[in-house]
Design a protein around this ligand. Structure first.
Ligand code: SF4
Length: 344
């Protein structure tokens, strides 16, 4: 797939943009100043596959906590600041790897200069986040207005010769997101952080985010993604990984193939699918595993799976790439699959 060439930025030890891989982000929902809870959540997110984490900075205590948090985690940290330049300055001094800040929201020009100077000294990039729901009142709501709003913020940073910038154009409407990001990709050289905002719970967000981000990424647009879900942020990372895999942009994620079941189903398949789906999330291999409902159609329908089972009345058949390998007792399906996956 041809990916849009954007100006790469460094976020700690990650690079966003250029022809680099699409990086998975999430955001904590703990109080940032509660260092123990925040670190605990970030470590769980790292384990799930999160590659950059963002925390909300609401006051000076949060900005100070960035230092202690960073010392205990292994992925780059982004400080999310609205309006208050002093919190941004403190977060940079605390060692944040990136800040999310819209310079046009800060009236004190001296403070903006100070932030930019510190960012330059410490190689800290800035994400400008345009949100369709909170555009400046001078604009009427449209995708073009989102682009114009970004230009307003960008002019301030570019006038100070600052270019380590990332942009986002989020909306709760996936179709609006697609239009805005497409326009942005034509207009700006900077890396794009993709996301549908206020996307709802797991099911709603998965649909909206997959529609918008999937379309964009298949067009080569997008350098980093965040799936916004009203749930445990672990879900955001799970969906992001699966979406990147489905788009062909991530290989080290195991893929589950399972049939929808029909009247030909011959065994209690659904609990096996559930257990294997959870297990496969711990398998960082480029493999496809199939669980099919009947031996007549199963192996053929899942011929591309590296390994699979199709359950019969008493037993199940194990197959590899559509070829039957052997018959196994039904109560050994899960164990056998796990053993075979280990060998792949
Ligand atoms: S594999 Fe068998 S049970 Fe599953 S959908 Fe196909 S025909 Fe039905």
């Amino acid at each position: 797939m041809n990916r849009s060439e954007t100006r790469p930025i460094h976020v700690g030890n990650e690079q966003i943009g250029g022809q680099n891989r699409v990086v998975i982000q999430s955001m904590t929902n703990t109080r940032t100043k509660d260092v123990d809870s925040t670190v605990e959540q970030i470590l769980r997110l790292e384990e799930a596959g999160c590659e950059i984490i963002r925390v909300a900075i609401l006051d000076k205590e949060d900005a100070l906590a960035v230092k202690q948090i960073r010392e205990q985690i292994h992925i780059p940290l982004v400080s999310d600041i609205h309006f208050n330049p002093d919190f941004a300055i403190q977060a940079i001094l605390s060692g944040t790897d990136k800040i999310r800040l819209n310079p046009g929201n800060i009236e004190d020009e001296g403070k903006i200069r100070e932030i930019v100077k510190l960012c330059k000294e410490r190689n800290v990039p800035i994400r400008i986040g345009i949100n369709a729901g909170s555009l400046n009142r001078k604009y009427t709501h449209s995708e073009e207005a989102m682009i114009e709003s970004a230009k307003d913020h960008l002019r301030i940073l570019e006038a100070l010769d600052f270019h380590d910038i990332c942009l986002s154009f989020k909306s709760s409407d996936p179709l609006e997101c697609i239009k805005a990001y497409r326009l942005a990709a034509e207009t700006f050289p900077y890396p794009l952080h993709l996301g549908v905002t206020e996307a709802g719970g797991l099911l709603n967000s998965t649909i909206k985010s997959s529609l918008a981000l999937g379309n964009l990424m298949l067009d080569g647009i997008g350098d980093t993604i965040r799936i916004s879900i009203s749930d445990d942020p672990i879900e955001e990372v799970r969906v992001a990984r699966k979406l990147l895999r489905a788009c062909g942009l991530k290989k080290d994620v195991a893929n589950l193939i399972s049939c929808p079941t029909c009247g030909r189903l011959q065994y209690d398949m659904l609990p096996i699918v559930k257990e294997m789906e959870a297990y496969l999330e711990t398998v960082d291999k480029d493999i496809s595993v199939a669980i099919m409902g009947c031996p007549v159609n199963g192996p053929q329908e899942a011929a591309r799976a590296d390994i699979g089972v199709a359950g019969g009345k008493q037993s199940a058949i194990l197959f590899k790439k559509g070829q039957i390998v052997r018959t196994i007792p039904q109560d050994q399906i899960i164990q056998t699959l796990k053993e075979e996956i280990e060998k792949l």
